[in-house]
Design a protein around this ligand. Structure first.
Ligand SMILES: N[C@@H](CCC(=O)N[C@@H](CS)C(=O)NCC(=O)O)C(=O)O
Length: 223
């Protein structure tokens, strides 16, 4: 079996696939790829990109020229949350959604929600806190993103008062993006209101062996 993942460790979307592969114990080749980051960090700070994503071969697989992309024994797929659902359905529906269509729906909802609600402000926050060159960072943009995220994390906090994990009283694929977002949220050097359910959740997901695949703070708050 050959399984390939193209991505970069500082990409939260790549990290989602890394976490899913770790949950499923799928061995894979990891090909470092990016137009915006490389071994020395972000190109906006003068670093050299990993590249690959702008080659005709890569664009034939993923016309967006973004990461992540996977090749699972010849089957190519891009779009991180679609990859999570594909991997779960193919390799372990029991683990990813309890082999149950309603649990699948509830978990898939959080994948979409993360994409729509959490990614835009998280992106702004990371750019204006660490990734842009210092003279291009705007503290007002960072503050706007922090406020928006408090609102979104309050929705998570309320959900975690009803269910132990985000989509059920057990871990599901819906917890993959939220584990990464929750980890990032806690690593940023910012003020956060105390959310007891979120605290309990963060502690539980960190205990899963798969967490080690995305634990390194440098993947989240540097670059
Ligand atoms: N909706 C896509 C978005 C892909 C995307 O924008 N990925 C970012 C990294 S998180 C990227 O490729 N950035 C440019 C680069 O690193 O070259 C997904 O979830 O896979």
């Amino acid at each position: 079996m050959t399984f390939k993942l193209w991505g970069r460790p500082t990409s939260a979307r790549t990290e989602k696939v890394m976490l899913a592969l770790a949950e499923l114990n799928i061995e894979h080749d990891y090909i470092l790829s990016s137009a915006t980051m490389g071994p020395d960090g972000s190109v906006t700070k003068g670093g050299k990109a990993f590249g690959i994503v702008d080659t005709p071969e890569y664009l034939a697989m993923n016309p967006n020229g973004t990461v992540p992309t996977i090749n699972d024994n010849g089957y190519v797929l891009w779009e991180s949350n679609a990859i999570i659902q594909y991997l779960g359905m193919k390799y372990d529906p029991g683990l990813f959604y309890d082999n149950d269509i309603e649990t699948y729906g509830s978990a898939a909802r959080w994948l979409m929600w993360e994409n729509n609600q959490l990614i835009p402000p998280m992106h702004e926050l990371v750019m204006h806190l660490v990734r842009l060159p210092e003279d291009q960072r705007d503290t007002r943009e960072a503050e706007k993103a922090r406020q928006k995220l408090i609102k979104e994390f309050t929705i998570i906090e309320e959900q975690l008062g009803k269910t132990e994990y985000i989509a059920a009283n057990r871990w599901t694929m819906g917890d993959i993006p939220l584990t990464i977002r929750c980890h990032r949220w806690h690593l940023f050097d910012i003020e956060r209101p105390d959310m007891p359910n979120l605290r309990r959740y963060y502690s539980a997901v960190q205990k899963r062996p798969s967490f080690q695949s995305i634990a390194d703070p440098a993947m989240h708050v540097e670059g």
